[in-house]
Design a protein around this ligand. Structure first.
Ligand code: FES
Length: 313
């Protein structure tokens, strides 16, 4: 039987969004080294060779895929356990003397998150994921095999002066970290940043605030009605909004943007989607998500950051 080319099998209605990139060639892996422990719900650092990865204006919303299993050199001698690659979202990039230090955070997709909650709600977001459990056992200095960075990340508008960040950490604590690099990048452009965080309780926010630059205005909400009220009032003066919120709230967010601002300019509201990211090159179709005008799109190559109006009506 003739093998089908998945690249040529786009779903009906799939859109080639502006700036979309598809990778048809195999990417060589990058070998990095762990520079801090991998702890649940926290970012960790990886050292990568300097100048290997081009400079991007914005790193927020981009991701690597990490191989979760023994490095090839020891494979077969030590451990045959091997998992599919897992996504690691970029939370920061820092130039060091001889290399670069990247801050990364694991990202639980839709299927893994559902399995996690069903198998053991008490374990939290990463408790039952076998690949991330393997990663958490690695020690500082251990090599990591990475592909990437992949995806279309956030883009800040040239005229942006007031950036609004929305993170629903009651849905997923990782939203906070995934949006974090936008703070520095907006401040570096001379902009102001307001970070609105929704959480289940005050304690979960208190531990995060010290990681924000002091110039960032932090607002917090605990309930659904308070959240909508705060989003509405902060949207009124924002030049751009970047959000990490559940897919069920895209419609609500777009309605708030329309009622507050009367029109929705392209790229005014950008959302980072929670998708299962597996191959990163548009080949496996695991990451497909519905789009507003019908049909599906592959979040790995056409996202994972989208204009809100592409996903909600
Ligand atoms: S098509 Fe494989 S992760 Fe998107």
């Amino acid at each position: 039987m003739k093998a089908r080319n998945p690249q040529a099998r786009d779903h009906a209605g799939e859109q080639q969004f502006a700036g979309a990139n598809t990778h048809s060639d195999a990417l060589p892996p990058i070998i990095g080294h762990l520079d801090s422990a991998v702890l649940p719900g926290q970012t960790f650092a990886v050292r990568l060779p300097a100048n290997l990865i081009p400079q991007f204006p914005i790193v927020g919303g981009r991701y690597f895929l990490v191989r979760c299993g023994c490095p090839a050199v020891t494979e077969g001698e030590v451990d045959w356990t091997h998992h599919l690659r897992r996504p690691l979202f970029v939370c920061g990039r820092q130039k060091m003397d001889r290399d670069e230090r990247w801050l990364l955070i694991p990202s639980i997709g839709r299927i893994d998150r559902r399995n996690d909650r069903e198998s053991s709600p008490a374990k939290g977001q990463h408790g039952a994921d076998a690949g991330y459990a393997w990663l958490a056992k690695q020690e500082i200095g251990d090599p990591l095999d990475l592909l990437g960075p992949f995806g279309n990340g956030f883009s800040l508008l040239p005229e942006m002066q007031n950036l609004l960040l929305l993170a629903d950490i009651e849905d997923d604590p990782a939203w906070f970290w995934k949006l974090l690099p936008l703070c520095e990048q907006a401040l570096d452009k001379g902009g102001r940043v307001t970070y609105l965080i929704r959480a289940a309780n005050e304690e979960s926010i208190a531990g995060l605030v010290p990681f924000l630059p002091v110039q960032v205005e932090v607002r917090t909400t605990l309930g659904a009605s308070q959240w909508l009220e705060q989003v509405g009032s902060t949207l009124a003066w924002a030049d751009q909004v970047c959000a990490g919120v559940p897919a069920e709230s895209y419609g609500e967010l777009l309605t708030l943007v329309r009622t507050t601002r009367f029109r929705v300019d392209r790229n005014f509201a950008q959302v980072l989607v929670n998708a299962d990211l597996l191959c990163g090159v548009g080949a496996c179709l695991v990451c497909v998500i519905p789009i507003a005008r019908g049909g599906l799109t592959r979040a790995c190559v056409h996202g994972p950051v989208f204009d809100l109006t592409d996903l909600a009506e």
